[in-house]
Design a protein around this ligand. Structure first.
Ligand code: THU
Length: 133
C-alpha cells in the first residue's frame, strides 16, 4: 500500500472522529507488515483533557488487536489543515516508543498535501526507557 492509499484510509477514519468541542476532526491509519490497517480518530470529552488524539487511538487499536512495534510500517495522519497535519508532541512521544525508528509517519491534509518522515526524524533526541537506567 503506498502513502496516498494509506492517507485515503486515514480520511475514512477521520469521519469517525468525535470532536464536538474543537470541531477539528483528525484521522489516522496504521499500516502493518502483513498488510492490515488499523484506524484511529480523535475522541473528545466535555472534560477536555480526557480527549484522545487520532494517532494514539490508531496505535492502541492495533495493539489491542494483537499487533506490536515490529509489525508497524507506516502511520498516516490527516486533518483539514492549510498544510500537512503534524502530530502533537504527546503523540510524537508515544509514536517514538511504540513504533520502529525507521517506520514512516505520513502527514497529510484533505487537499493532497503530503509529507513523509521517519519516526526518528519526527522526534529527534527522544526521551526513552533507556534514560531511566
Ligand atoms: N488532535 C489529534 O487528534 N492529533 C494531533 O496530532 C493534533 C490534535 C486532536 C486533539 C483534539 O481532539 C483536536 O485535535 C484539537 O486539538
Amino acid at each position: 500500500m503506498d502513502n496516498k492509499e494509506l492517507v485515503e484510509r486515514a480520511k475514512l477514519a477521520r469521519k469517525l472522529s468525535y470532536s464536538p468541542y474543537s470541531k477539528f476532526a483528525v484521522g489516522a491509519a496504521l499500516l502493518c507488515n502483513d498488510g492490515s490497517v488499523y484506524l484511529g480518530a480523535n475522541i473528545e470529552n466535555s472534560s477536555y483533557p480526557l480527549s484522545m488524539c487520532a494517532e494514539r487511538n490508531a496505535i492502541y487499536n492495533a495493539m489491542l488487536n494483537g499487533k506490536g512495534k515490529n509489525d508497524f510500517v507506516a502511520l498516516a495522519i490527516v486533518a483539514n489543515t492549510p498544510d500537512i497535519c503534524a502530530p502533537c508532541g504527546a503523540c510524537r512521544q508515544v509514536i517514538s516508543e511504540l513504533m520502529p525508528k525507521d517506520a514512516k509517519v505520513i502527514m497529510a491534509n484533505l487537499n493532497d498535501s503530503i509529507k513523509a518522515v521517519t519516526v526518528d526524524e519526527l522526534l529527534p533526541f527522544a526521551f526513552s526507557s533507556e534514560d531511566l537506567n
